[in-house]
Design a protein around this ligand. Structure first.
Ligand code: GTP
Length: 194
């Protein structure tokens, strides 16, 4: 592929799930290799970015939206679903109620964008003694809802990279088919002067 054929495309991935499941920590681990023990409720949408080189040679700017899990911010989540090409849906392995919320989150997503790829993270898998959701059960739920499932730990860096790779690849493939990547912001790579 010649340099002028290389395109830089923009993709948005949105993290959804109940408050406290670890969405901010997952993003911080993935993008900055950082982890914090404290929970500070997100109060809106924060954008973070990463640039990736795809197998087809294209450069991808992935913008990751961190949303607030609290009910009062639900309208904002709707906006982030609208603008996203992929969803990371997160529950807390040590808190069954966050797993029980998943059907509602999935319904909310489907109401806005029916075909958007979703990947499921069962986070805090490092807290083995406190697990309230069995892996088999979560895997079956994910399969029934056409999602890939990863047991993750932002703290111990388990499956974070792998989970993001899975959703980015899937979203890239789907968006290419539907021409759904942000073409307005598609830029041709500048030719170097020398
Ligand atoms: P909202 O912004 O309210 O929606 O919460 P959130 O989903 O962004 O949760 P956040 O990332 O702030 O994490 C909540 C708490 O869980 C913090 O105290 C984190 O330290 C803790 N936490 C997050 N991920 C993990 C993990 O993988 N393992 C363990 N043990 N704790 C985690």
């Amino acid at each position: 592929m010649s340099k002028k054929d290389i395109k830089r495309k923009v993709m948005r991935i949105s993290l959804l799930g109940d408050s406290g499941v670890g969405k901010t920590c997952i993003i911080n681990k993935y993008l900055y290799d950082k982890f914090s023990e404290t929970h500070q409720s997100s109060i809106g949408i924060e954008k973070n970015e990463k640039r990736l080189k795809m197998n087809d040679g294209n450069e991808l700017k992935v913008i990751i939206w961190d949303t607030a899990g609290q009910e009062r911010f639900k309208a904002m989540s709707t906006n982030t679903i609208k603008g996203a090409q992929g969803i990371v849906l997160v529950f807390d392995n040590t808190k069954k109620t966050t797993y029980e919320s998943l059907p509602t989150w999935i319904k909310d997503v489907k109401e806005v964008k029916d075909n958007i790829p979703i990947v499921l993270f069962g986070n805090k898998c490092d807290l083995i003694d406190q697990t309230e959701v069995e892996k088999d059960e979560a895997e079956e739920f994910a399969k029934d809802n056409n999602m890939e499932y990863f047991e993750t730990s932002a703290k111990e860096n388990i499956n974070i990279e792998k989970g993001f790779k899975s959703i980015i690849d899937k979203a890239y493939e789907t968006a290419q088919e539907e021409d759904g990547l942000d073409l307005k912001k598609t830029e041709k790579k500048k030719k170097s002067k020398c």
